[in-house]
Write a protein that binds this ligand. Structure first.
Ligand SMILES: NC(=O)c1ccc[n+]([C@@H]2O[C@H](COP(=O)([O-])OP(=O)(O)OC[C@H]3O[C@@H](n4cnc5c(N)ncnc54)[C@H](O)[C@@H]3O)[C@@H](O)[C@H]2O)c1
Length: 436
């Protein structure tokens, strides 16, 4: 067979030569000797394969961080990664860029969490960091604490910026979770606190505008953490997202309620007008470790009072209802919302409904059966009922809360105990628990 081929090749030679002399020959003369011509003509596939092998070897060595100089890897990274870069993490750009050509790992996102040193924000940051994303926390520490995120210090994927969102900020990011807000009732309900309500308005309005502006500028997806307070003292129960609410625009709570309503309006306007990708979560009462002690929210109030052997303060007759969601459930809902296709708004809350007196009883069971209850006059516009309808989140986000109050409360108590007494023990009268 092989000789036949050689033969045919050889036989073609004189024919070619003779035809090249003639006027109609389409074939040029062949200057190569016979064996070389054979290789060129009959083994073309072999040459192609050898060429591919050389190219593969070259790119493999060039893209390997261990086998290339930093400048080579950086040059390849610059070519391979998306054009957007984060100035805050030059070292990360290098490592991500070096891995992408091999396609071995999911690209981590660059995410800003405003209010990330607060209660909810810090738990969200934990989840995003664990997922391998690069997280920038922007917080002015109005109610947040460095201690909430200190365990990430030293991690090159983490950065903390002390900044008030009322001032503009430019960062190259993929997603913005906008949580920054002076959310604690003790701040906005105090009399003679015009400056605090001023801060509240500025953060909700100017701060939200700044973050939406940032999202528009860098093409980031923006998630607003709104609140169930947008429903005011609801006339519809449970509350569905289509309900427009019953809010007093001039009451002591209005700076928070109306501030969040305005933030929702701005968010939707940026979506419609500037095509910013937005998400809106309406969060119902949430509790868990790292909550601000003495921040005036009912769960933290009761737990701190019972631990300190002070009577638990119930406002009004204690028959007003709330639903309490454990923080890890909320974080799961926020991430699903951000990653999903739906804008919202979505109610994120636990539909389990408790009166204030029932809540006080659960706290007694968990901390001290002898804890006392005192009644005080209620504040103006305190909603009588609050319970989320979460059908939309169930259906469109595949989300629903998993942790019941009796399971979540001991985790929070354990954290509060440590922070109030410096007690390292994780045992509560409600059972042995571990803090998250
Ligand atoms: N926890 C809840 O039950 C609940 C319920 C409804 C809505 N929310 C919303 O969720 C978000 C987080 O709430 P949280 O419970 O973690 O409150 P939090 O007070 O613990 O966290 C808010 C964070 O925002 C920061 N902050 C406030 N103003 C700022 C500003 N101008 N610039 C930068 N940072 C600023 C604070 O320092 C704090 O770290 C808020 O937007 C709140 O309105 C929470």
């Amino acid at each position: 067979m092989g000789s036949e081929l050689i033969f045919r090749g050889g036989a073609a030679e004189p024919e070619a030569e003779s035809s090249s002399a003639g006027p109609y020959s389409p074939k040029p003369s062949k200057p190569w000797p016979g064996p070389v011509r054979y290789l060129l003509r009959e083994q073309r596939l072999l040459f192609v394969l050898i060429g591919m092998a050389i190219a593969t070897l070259f790119f493999t060595f060039a893209s390997s961080p261990s086998s290339s100089s930093p400048s080579t890897a950086a040059a390849i990274a610059t070519l391979a990664v998306v054009p957007r870069t984060i100035t805050a993490h030059p070292e990360r750009r290098l490592s991500v860029g070096a891995k992408i050509p091999l396609g071995l790992k999911r690209k981590g996102l660059r995410i800003v969490v405003t209010g990330g040193a607060g209660f909810v924000g810090s738990h969200l940051v934990d989840r995003l960091m664990a997922r391998g994303d690069s997280v920038i926390v922007v917080d002015n520490f109005f109610t947040g604490r460095k201690e909430n995120v200190m365990h990430h210090f030293g991690n090159p994927n983490f950065e903390l910026i002390r900044h008030d969102v009322v001032e503009p900020l430019l960062l190259e990011v993929d997603q913005i979770y906008h949580l920054a807000c002076p959310a604690s009732p003790v701040h906005y309900k105090k009399e003679k606190c015009e400056s605090l309500t001023d801060v509240e308005h500025k953060t909700n309005v100017v701060g939200t505008l700044n973050m939406l502006g940032l999202a528009k500028r860098v093409g980031a997806r923006f998630l607003l953490t709104s609140t169930s307070e947008v429903y005011g003292d609801p006339l519809q129960h449970p509350q569905v997202e289509t309900y427009w609410g019953n809010v007093n625009p001039i009451g002591v709570r209005s700076c928070y309620d109306e501030g969040k309503r305005t933030a929702e309006t701005l968010t939707m306007d940026y979506h419609r007008g500037a095509k910013v990708q937005v998400r809106i979560a309406r969060i119902f009462n949430t509790y868990g470790p790292r909550m601000c002690i003495d921040d005036g929210r009912v769960v933290s109030n009761f737990v701190a009072q019972a631990l300190r052997k002070e009577p638990m303060t119930v406002y009004g007759d204690g028959k007003q209802t709330r639903s309490f969601q454990y923080v890890s459930d909320l974080v799961e809902g926020l991430i699903r919302l951000m990653e999903g296709e739906h804008i919202g708004p979505f109610n994120l809350g636990n539909p389990g409904e408790f009166t204030m007196l029932e809540l006080a009883k659960v706290v007694q069971e968990t901390i001290d059966p002898n804890a006392k209850i005192v009644f005080q006059e209620n504040t103006q516009d305190d909603p009588h009922k609050r319970k989320p309808d979460i059908s939309k989140a169930k259906e469109q986000l595949g989300w629903e809360p998993k942790i019941p109050l009796r399971k979540g409360l001991p985790l929070m108590v354990s954290d509060f105990r440590k922070r109030i007494f410096g007690d390292q023990s994780t045992t509560t009268s409600g059972g042995s628990t571990s803090s998250t």
